[in-house]
Design a protein around this ligand. Sequence first.
Ligand code: HEM
Length: 462
Amino acid sequence: MVEQAQHDRAVEEPGTSSAAPVRLGAGGTARLVAGVLAPMLAQGIIVRRPAVVRLLDRWQGDDRAVRALQRARARYGRGPLVLRIPGRSVALLTGAQDAARVLAGSPEPFAPATTEKRAALQHFQPGGVLISDGAPRAARRRWNEDVLQLDVPLHEQAAAIGAVAAEELAPLRRAGSWDWPTFTEAWARITRRVTLGDGARDDVGLTDELARLRGRANWAYLRRTDHDGRRRLLAAVQDHLDRAEPGSLAATVTAAAGGEHGADLDLPSQVAHWLFAWDAAGIATHRAAALLAGHPEHAAAVRAEVAAAVPGRPDLPLLRATVLESVRLWPTTLAVLRETTRPTDWGGRTAPAGTTFVLVSSLLHRDDEQLPEADRFVPRMWLDETAPAGTSASLRSMVPFSAGPARCPGRDLVLHTSSVVLAALLGPDEPVQTAGRSAPDTGPLPRTLDHTALRFALRPPS
Ligand code: HEM
């Protein structure tokens, strides 16, 4: 697959960094904390705080973060920028080559399970693969890849997913318009059904309980673990899994548990991660509608693609590329973190074991000093390996689903689900954006896009 080849190319020659780390002073550290890390933490790493997202949209927070990192790179050079934080070794990466090296070297020596991620995610998924190490991590990773079917464009539940999407989105289509509250409710019903089966369709309590624990997870070690709440959540997930409803991921989960994967899977934790991660996919899908509304010619090509697709097994490369562009332009994983398990060499200097490397997604994806088309909608980037310089040549830094051995195992399932959701929503109609910051072709696209403000209507194609 072309897309897979591109992913592999991004990490096939990790090399080593040519530039040594630079230790920043108090001023340099303060500038990057204020301009990059604080806005990220304020909007919520695990669940977004809508009021802060609104503010950052007005302030174009990601634009300021990209500029702050570019200024730091110009001043200090391309090596890792080591922050002055007492008792911790934390380094921001500003080069695509370094990012590729770190992602290729996961889980050893660049472990996905960092101190901060553990502190946050244990609030609702204590055994999640992302915060696991060693043999349990290896088993949980293999299992996630198998069940979510990474690198398989059409998941074995693809037809069921399409049917669920069409059913749940019919009211929005009938209404001829949707906003974030109506979309996200329908999305939550779809993802509960897809993951846990029809019996979970109306289990809003499960989503609410997860949201509450995710709110605590935003505070990581600053909030104590709500052990009772966590037990309730994981027991509710297990109850749904026990039904193993045909057509849902729960059926696949049950079939794949045990056997070659071993016993130490902690299934409810894995599935709690999925339920959490579907939220990001909903945000990406809603924003993808803004891209379609802002690019009518592309939307017309998408309509033709949908009209020609095989029902039940639709191949929708243009829609997948639209969703990929949504997460490239407005990454839902704000930063990818890795923590070293041993000393690593950077341009002849050593970074100690336990160093946390921070890959800031908005810089990697929107670095207009390196990527001529960084701020444009470029779906062909994901479709055409021979695209001009500045697109495919730059894919090394395009990592919305991460890259390398710890990349998102849900990527293909997400791209399929988001694509069929958009196809079901739009049908033969044209989307028009009626509220929120728009994403037209007329200038650089905004670097922060408040998804909660976006509203759309349908009209017959002109
Ligand atoms: C727009 C939607 C999504 C995006 C952009 C996304 C992106 C990512 C990224 C960047 C990572 C790596 C995180 C890190 O290393 O810190 C990741 C990990 C992961 N994702 Fe996703 N994800 C999405 C949705 C999903 C969904 C819906 C599922 C499951 C149904 C899923 C399952 C996972 C799992 C299990 C991991 C951990 C992998 C590991 O540690 O080996 N993701 N995802």
